[in-house]
Design a protein around this ligand. Structure first.
Ligand SMILES: Cc1cc2nc3c(=O)[nH]c(=O)nc-3n(C[C@H](O)[C@H](O)[C@H](O)COP(=O)(O)O)c2cc1C
Length: 206
C-alpha cells in the first residue's frame, strides 16, 4: 500500500459545493459504496444503509420533499422577507442541479454506547466514500441540513422510523473549470496535550 498517496488524498480532498452537469454512472457509485463499506464497525451487522437519488423522477420528488420540509420547519423565517422568494428559488435550483445524492443512515440505538458506535461507524463509511470519490475526481458535500431531523421528511424519502440520517451526500464530478476551495487546519500543537500537562492545568485552575 502506498501510504503517501492515502495521506495525499486525505489532505487534498475538499468539500465541493458547486456541481457539474456530467453524469456519474451507477456502476461507479456501487464501486465507491463497496469500498466505503470496508469502514470499521462495532455492531452485529454493518450499520449503514444508503438510499440513492439518481434518476430525474427521484430527484424531482426528493427536491419537493426538501422544499416541503423547509416550509414545515419555518426555515425561511430566518431570511429577510424581501429575499425569501429568491432564496427558495436558489435552493430549489441547487438541489435540482445536483447530479446524484446519497441519503446515508444509521440505526437509532437506545443505548448511548451503541448509538455512538453506529454514528461513528457510519461517519467513517461516509469519509471513506469522500476519499474514494476524490481519488476519482468526484466531489462530495456532506450535508446535515435541518430536514434530516424532520420525521415527516424522513418518512417521505423512505427512511425507516428506527433509523437516523447521518448525512445527505451531494455528489458531482469535479471538472477542470471549478475553483477548488482552500481549507486550513490548526497546527497539531494547538489541539494536543500530554495527560500530565492536562492534569497540571486542571489542578492549577482549581
Ligand atoms: C458532520 C458534517 C456535517 C456537514 N454539514 C454540512 C452542511 O450541512 N452544509 C455544508 O455546506 N457543508 C457541510 N459539511 C461540510 C463542512 O462544512 C466541511 O467539511 C468543512 O467546511 C471543511 O471543509 P473541507 O471538507 O473542504 O475540508 C459538513 C461536514 C460534516 C463532517
Amino acid at each position: 500500500m502506498n501510504i503517501d498517496s492515502v495521506e495525499q488524498i486525505i489532505r487534498a480532498r475538499r468539500t465541493i459545493r458547486t456541481v457539474s452537469d456530467q453524469t456519474i454512472s451507477l456502476e461507479v457509485i456501487d464501486e465507491l459504496l463497496t469500498s466505503s463499506s470496508y469502514a470499521p464497525y462495532h455492531s452485529k451487522e454493518e450499520p449503514w444503509e444508503v438510499i440513492i437519488v439518481a434518476n430525474p423522477c427521484d430527484r424531482q420528488l426528493f427536491v419537493e420533499k426538501i422544499m416541503d420540509s423547509y416550509d414545515r420547519l419555518d426555515t425561511w423565517a430566518n431570511y429577510d422577507p424581501q429575499n425569501v422568494t429568491k432564496a427558495k428559488k436558489r435552493t430549489r435550483e441547487y438541489f435540482l442541479d445536483v447530479p446524484l445524492t446519497l441519503i446515508v443512515t444509521a440505526p437509532i440505538c437506545e443505548s448511548e454506547k451503541l448509538n455512538l458506535e453506529a454514528i461513528g461507524a457510519v461517519s467513517a463509511f461516509i469519509q471513506n466514500f469522500q476519499l474514494a470519490a476524490w481519488s476519482r475526481d468526484i466531489g462530495v458535500t456532506w450535508r446535515t441540513i435541518p430536514v434530516i431531523f424532520d420525521e415527516v421528511f424522513k418518512q417521505a424519502v423512505g427512511v425507516e422510523t428506527n433509523r437516523q440520517i447521518i448525512g445527505l451526500l451531494d455528489i458531482s464530478v469535479v471538472d477542470a473549470t471549478m475553483k477548488l476551495p482552500t481549507s486550513r487546519r490548526k497546527p497539531v500543537e494547538q489541539w494536543t496535550t500530554h495527560l500530565s500537562d492536562k492534569l497540571t492545568d486542571i489542578k492549577g485552575s482549581n
